[in-house]
Design a binder for this molecule. Structure first.
Ligand SMILES: [Zn+2]
Length: 262
């Protein structure tokens, strides 16, 4: 069944007569809904929305200069407007609420607003088309981020969510040197050493990022690791080469690792 968030995105696409998010600036779509966008300094938040009946004011933190992030916040607030304006309350968003995706969170409105934003900026059908049949590498994520004008983190989260015949991957999220959650493609075959609350295993790139303060960029961002760094080997199984790509968000001390086999 289609979720509320996805249905709300489809409705807006229909109303605006668009099939691709880049056909109309998101600001124009938001303004057409009787919503004013302002920028000012906000303490402790990146964006917020105040709704009054069928109109609203969205405020963006004027310190934001990364366009993909601005777009994500605007889409997130539009999601609150479309999905939650009946609640008659405002929403104040920071890096924490903007990263709430399914799994460990129970703040339903934030999860829904993020699902809305991800679908609004990266509609499923277009997203599939862009990743179909591609062998996974960090270049796929970079391509998706550029194609949809979103951050790499947003592209990764969508990539993992839309598990539909993509190259199988295993994704781990860590914060403050602790493993928080993992997600894997349906056809991922290996048994992981994931242990919620523990530090990532030594040998993994995630371990290096936290322990040694090393983070990698560009082509360096993909590191070769060994299967046994993250996964159990059968008794007589020789170790084999795997790859790990780590994306680190310093402001949250938060990291997403993608692991795959060539
Ligand atoms: Zn929110």
């Amino acid at each position: 069944m289609m979720s509320k968030a996805i249905a709300a995105v489809k409705k807006i696409y229909g109303e605006c007569g668009i099939t691709d998010p880049l056909q109309l600036p998101i600001e124009v779509i938001i303004n057409s809904k009787n919503i004013i966008i302002k920028e000012e300094e906000i303490d402790g938040a990146e964006g917020r929305i105040l709704t009054k009946e069928n109109s609203a004011i969205i405020t963006l933190n004027s310190g934001l200069d990364f366009i993909p992030k601005k777009r994500f916040i605007l889409a997130h607030e539009l999601g609150h407007f479309e999905l939650h304006r009946g609640l008659n309350r405002g929403f104040s968003d920071n890096d924490e609420t903007l990263n709430h995706s399914s799994q460990p969170y129970f703040n339903e409105e934030e999860v829904e607003a993020n699902e809305f934003a991800a679908e609004f900026l990266m509609p499923m059908e277009l997203f599939f088309k862009e990743c179909k049949g591609k062998v996974f590498s960090h270049k796929v994520i970079e391509h998706l981020a550029a194609r949809f004008q979103v951050s790499k983190t947003a592209a990764i989260l969508k990539f993992v969510k839309e598990d539909n015949g993509n190259h199988p991957v295993f994704v781990v999220c860590c914060q403050n040197n602790k493993m928080k959650w993992f997600k894997k493609s349906h056809d991922w075959l290996y048994y992981s050493q994931f242990n919620k609350g523990l530090a990532p295993p030594s040998g993994s790139v995630a371990y290096d990022v936290f322990k040694k303060g090393i983070s990698y960029y560009g082509d360096e961002a993909t590191q070769q690791i060994w299967k046994s760094d993250w996964f159990e080997l059968r008794d007589d199984e020789p170790d084999s080469k795997f790859f790990e790509y780590c994306l680190f968000v310093p402001s949250l001390n938060y990291m997403i690792s993608i692991i795959w086999e060539k």
